[in-house]
Write a protein that binds this ligand. Sequence first.
Ligand SMILES: Nc1ncnc2c1ncn2[C@@H]1O[C@H](COP(=O)(O)OP(=O)(O)O)[C@@H](O)[C@H]1O
Ligand SMILES: [Mg+2]
Length: 252
Amino acid sequence: MRDTAIQVVNFSHFYGQQQSLKNLNLVIYRREILGIIGPARSGKSTFLTCLNRLNDLVPGSRVSGNILIDGQDIYQPEVEVAALRRQLGMVFATPVPLPMSIYDNVVFGPKLQGQTNRGELDRLVEDCLEKAGLWAEVKDRLKISALKLSGGQQQRLCLARVLALKPEYILLDEPTSGLDPISTMKIEDTLRLLKKDYTIILVTNNTKQAARVADRTAFFLMGELVEVNETGIIFTRPSDKRTENYIEGRFG
Ligand SMILES: Nc1ncnc2c1ncn2[C@@H]1O[C@H](COP(=O)(O)OP(=O)(O)O)[C@@H](O)[C@H]1O
Ligand SMILES: [Mg+2]
């Protein structure tokens, strides 16, 4: 039996009058990579931001149903949202490093949380950059501006910054959409290694990426979860005609 990490039960989301997620039911297992595919405006990004409650920040945002993370209903009033957002770190499509050194980018969050021990911060920087697949490329120039890195390196730095906050979940929203194929491959290699320690949800507008790295894949369409299954099955024997059409590139 696989270990359930997240349970989504009859979950809907609305922006004002407009429903963006329609009665989703889904289980996410611990230490899997769940790929989420689907055309633009299917609700993929909205789903990610419901998991870490970033959506609370959008005026008119409203939910119904339940999301249980490690057994806790995250929309209950006692949930501490800042802690939740640390637990579910998020990487966005466009890497936005802070305009400071590589080193300072990684320690920025931990320092805000009160970590000051220099030795510990040094170790954290090495550990997070190593896990993000960037250490070998930058270890001799940690003090240069992060803005001097290539786009692919900046994205891995953003991943290292997320890891520095010690999350259990990593949410990625089209993290390679702006990257060249080699940088994309490095991120994919990194994700394969990270899944040993983290539960990963990867939204991708590139179905081939889901086929390459996701253990299971979910297909979203117009706010609906059409189907979710082992990636191999989704890509060879989907049960819904709409999934087949999307995978074969007939729309989106
Ligand atoms: N901040 C927002 N305010 C109002 N509507 C939004 C907002 N963000 C997204 N939407 C709407 O919600 C639906 C789902 O969007 P989104 O989650 O961004 O889809 P995807 O990531 O699959 O492209 C779309 O119809 C979109 O227009
Ligand atoms: Mg999106």
